[in-house]
Design a binder for this molecule. Sequence first.
Ligand SMILES: Cc1cc2nc3c(=O)[nH]c(=O)nc-3n(C[C@H](O)[C@H](O)[C@H](O)COP(=O)(O)OP(=O)(O)OC[C@H]3O[C@@H](n4cnc5c(N)ncnc54)[C@H](O)[C@@H]3O)c2cc1C
Length: 377
Amino acid sequence: MDLRDSPEEARFRGRLCAWLKENVPADPEPAVLAERWPYMRAFQQHLYRGGWVALSYPEEVGGQGLGPMEEAILSEELGRANAPTLLPLGHLGRPLLRYGTGEQRRRYLPPLLASDEIWCQGFSEPQAGSDLAALRTRAVREDDAWVLNGHKTWTSYGVFADFCLLLARTDPDAVRHRGISAFIVPLSAPGVTVRPIVLANGDEEFAELFLDDVRIPAENILGRPEDGWRIAMDVVNYERGAVETGYLPKFERYLSELAEFVKTRTSAPDRATLRALGEAAAALEVLRMHCLRTLSDRASGAPPGPESSIDKLLMTAVEQKLMALSLSLLTDTAVPGRAEWFDRYLYGRAGSIYGGSAQIQRNILAERLLGLPRSPA
Ligand SMILES: Cc1cc2nc3c(=O)[nH]c(=O)nc-3n(C[C@H](O)[C@H](O)[C@H](O)COP(=O)(O)OP(=O)(O)OC[C@H]3O[C@@H](n4cnc5c(N)ncnc54)[C@H](O)[C@@H]3O)c2cc1C
């Protein structure tokens, strides 16, 4: 694989860098989510109007008709330009693109990609996290409607969302994961209650969704009835991918900020700090190489599969190494942006939970890539 930009990619990168130079806001990202959310959304809408969002989506749904290489260049340059964090919900367009009817793609994709309408992911339930197939939310067909009843939890950005891609059981007699369907649920529908979950830092990043006799039109099913499991696996494969989530440049920035601090502080670094820095740098390089390999698969048209669990484990390892190092440095009152680093440290703990816990990623790799026997239920 040739790691250099092709002439077209170099031109694309040049145009993008010039745009970012003019358009990345100079004011810092607000620390509190209630202020950070509108800031991130405004930047993403601006980015979209500039023609830099949904690069690999077809033009007829509001994309740019480009490929995964341009997506990767975008993610790299956003990181280098210290641009605001993108809304972490872009992967929810993928199932609409793949399974949506022509009408659903036309109706929902352009405003989703433009961040004019916000979507959330309604998979987890109080008794169904790692064991997602245990979900109990029910959808029953009544004439020209589906009637939904149930309870979702840990719904990221649910308080800001207009629509939810929601999994519900449609066939209670089918084998667990076979009887599940996916639905497009407007959160403004009567019977939907969105209750924020307040985090330790005061942010309302998650919500619980309660569905009481929520009636949605029959056409709001995504794919065929009982396609829900397949759709859910597609969504999580995109969600776990380091190339898709664009975390690499963010981690590169964290590493260089920490290295800079260690270099410039007055006391000489001890061996443990240097070792931790070296280990984080090595883990980051492994992730970077893995991303390049993933990118070459993507460029040949392959959608992400169970191997995205490798991305997820590598991303978590890098983030948690960097954050452990930052925590050991935080005792030094000279660390610039101490409170922000502490928030990052706390968030870093979630890396081994969201999108499927680290143990579940290892189970997937063992069973689906290595063909080892299934773990006992
Ligand atoms: C930051 C964040 C954002 C999230 N956003 C969303 C969202 O937008 N939408 C959504 O639907 N959900 C979301 N979630 C929920 C997330 O998907 C679940 O938390 C996750 O799947 C784990 O489920 P659980 O919390 O119920 O833990 P459990 O499934 O109860 O697991 C508890 C522990 O047991 C271990 N365990 C469970 N089963 C096995 C097994 N078979 N083998 C080995 N170990 C096992 C787990 O690894 C874990 O350590 C989010 C979570 C976080 C932290």
